[in-house]
Write a protein that binds this ligand. Structure first.
Ligand SMILES: [Zn+2]
Length: 119
Protein backbone atom coordinates (compact mmCIF):
# COMPACT_ATOMS: atom_id res chain seq x y z
CA UNK A 1 0.00 0.00 0.00
CA UNK A 2 1.23 3.45 -0.86
CA UNK A 3 1.93 6.06 1.78
CA UNK A 4 -0.70 8.40 0.41
CA UNK A 5 -3.35 5.70 0.87
CA UNK A 6 -2.29 4.98 4.42
CA UNK A 7 -2.64 8.65 5.23
CA UNK A 8 -6.08 8.73 3.68
CA UNK A 9 -7.25 5.69 5.60
CA UNK A 10 -6.00 7.19 8.87
CA UNK A 11 -7.75 10.45 8.04
CA UNK A 12 -11.06 9.05 6.88
CA UNK A 13 -11.56 5.51 8.03
CA UNK A 14 -10.03 5.34 11.48
CA UNK A 15 -12.09 8.06 13.11
CA UNK A 16 -14.76 7.31 15.64
CA UNK A 17 -18.18 8.42 14.49
CA UNK A 18 -19.73 11.09 16.69
CA UNK A 19 -23.31 10.23 15.85
CA UNK A 20 -22.52 6.56 16.45
CA UNK A 21 -24.64 4.97 13.75
CA UNK A 22 -23.69 1.32 13.62
CA UNK A 23 -23.11 -0.43 10.33
CA UNK A 24 -21.14 -3.23 8.77
CA UNK A 25 -18.93 -2.47 5.87
CA UNK A 26 -17.50 -4.57 3.07
CA UNK A 27 -15.40 -3.61 0.10
CA UNK A 28 -14.47 -5.82 -2.83
CA UNK A 29 -11.76 -4.73 -5.22
CA UNK A 30 -11.83 -6.65 -8.47
CA UNK A 31 -9.34 -6.83 -11.32
CA UNK A 32 -12.21 -6.62 -13.83
CA UNK A 33 -13.10 -3.14 -12.55
CA UNK A 34 -16.34 -4.18 -10.84
CA UNK A 35 -15.45 -2.80 -7.44
CA UNK A 36 -18.15 -3.13 -4.82
CA UNK A 37 -18.74 -1.18 -1.63
CA UNK A 38 -21.42 -2.59 0.66
CA UNK A 39 -22.94 -1.47 3.92
CA UNK A 40 -25.38 -3.22 6.18
CA UNK A 41 -27.25 -1.32 8.88
CA UNK A 42 -30.19 -2.07 11.16
CA UNK A 43 -30.92 1.48 12.29
CA UNK A 44 -31.64 4.75 10.46
CA UNK A 45 -28.48 6.27 12.04
CA UNK A 46 -26.46 3.31 10.84
CA UNK A 47 -27.82 3.62 7.33
CA UNK A 48 -27.06 7.33 7.26
CA UNK A 49 -23.50 7.01 8.58
CA UNK A 50 -22.91 3.85 6.59
CA UNK A 51 -23.98 5.46 3.35
CA UNK A 52 -21.81 8.49 3.97
CA UNK A 53 -18.84 6.24 4.75
CA UNK A 54 -19.47 4.00 1.76
CA UNK A 55 -19.61 7.04 -0.52
CA UNK A 56 -16.26 8.25 0.81
CA UNK A 57 -14.66 4.89 0.11
CA UNK A 58 -16.37 4.58 -3.26
CA UNK A 59 -15.17 8.03 -4.36
CA UNK A 60 -11.67 7.09 -3.35
CA UNK A 61 -11.83 3.86 -5.36
CA UNK A 62 -13.14 5.80 -8.33
CA UNK A 63 -10.27 8.28 -8.16
CA UNK A 64 -7.67 5.57 -7.78
CA UNK A 65 -8.94 2.87 -10.14
CA UNK A 66 -11.51 4.58 -12.35
CA UNK A 67 -14.55 2.94 -13.89
CA UNK A 68 -14.64 -0.37 -15.71
CA UNK A 69 -14.63 1.57 -18.98
CA UNK A 70 -11.55 3.54 -17.91
CA UNK A 71 -9.80 0.32 -16.99
CA UNK A 72 -10.65 -1.15 -20.39
CA UNK A 73 -9.18 1.92 -22.07
CA UNK A 74 -6.02 1.54 -20.03
CA UNK A 75 -5.68 -2.11 -21.02
CA UNK A 76 -6.40 -1.27 -24.63
CA UNK A 77 -3.54 1.21 -24.65
CA UNK A 78 -1.29 -1.60 -23.46
CA UNK A 79 -2.07 -3.59 -26.61
CA UNK A 80 -5.79 -4.24 -26.44
CA UNK A 81 -8.39 -5.36 -28.94
CA UNK A 82 -11.65 -4.12 -30.44
CA UNK A 83 -15.11 -5.67 -30.38
CA UNK A 84 -15.81 -7.24 -33.79
CA UNK A 85 -19.52 -6.35 -33.57
CA UNK A 86 -19.46 -2.64 -32.65
CA UNK A 87 -15.74 -1.75 -32.68
CA UNK A 88 -15.74 -0.57 -29.07
CA UNK A 89 -12.75 -1.29 -26.88
CA UNK A 90 -12.71 -4.91 -25.78
CA UNK A 91 -10.79 -7.03 -23.32
CA UNK A 92 -9.35 -10.45 -23.88
CA UNK A 93 -9.99 -12.74 -20.94
CA UNK A 94 -9.33 -16.40 -20.35
CA UNK A 95 -9.92 -18.96 -17.65
CA UNK A 96 -11.04 -22.48 -16.87
CA UNK A 97 -14.62 -23.69 -16.48
CA UNK A 98 -15.76 -25.57 -13.35
CA UNK A 99 -15.40 -28.85 -15.25
CA UNK A 100 -11.85 -28.02 -16.28
CA UNK A 101 -12.19 -26.78 -19.85
CA UNK A 102 -10.09 -23.79 -20.88
CA UNK A 103 -11.90 -20.79 -22.34
CA UNK A 104 -10.80 -17.58 -23.97
CA UNK A 105 -12.91 -14.71 -25.22
CA UNK A 106 -12.90 -11.11 -26.30
CA UNK A 107 -15.39 -9.11 -24.21
CA UNK A 108 -16.82 -5.84 -25.47
CA UNK A 109 -16.67 -2.95 -22.96
CA UNK A 110 -19.88 -1.38 -24.28
CA UNK A 111 -22.28 -4.33 -24.73
CA UNK A 112 -21.99 -7.36 -22.49
CA UNK A 113 -23.68 -9.52 -25.14
CA UNK A 114 -20.79 -8.89 -27.53
CA UNK A 115 -18.49 -11.76 -26.77
CA UNK A 116 -16.24 -13.34 -29.34
CA UNK A 117 -15.07 -16.74 -28.21
CA UNK A 118 -11.56 -17.68 -29.21
CA UNK A 119 -10.86 -21.34 -29.82
ZN1 LIG B 1 -19.37 -4.47 -28.95
Amino acid sequence: MENEDEQWIKGNLGEEKESGGEFEFECFLSTDGKHTVRILAKTPEGRKDGLSYAQKVYDRILVRYGTKQAQAVKEYKNGGVHCKTCNAIAQEKSGTTKDGRAWKGIFCSAEKDHVEWVR
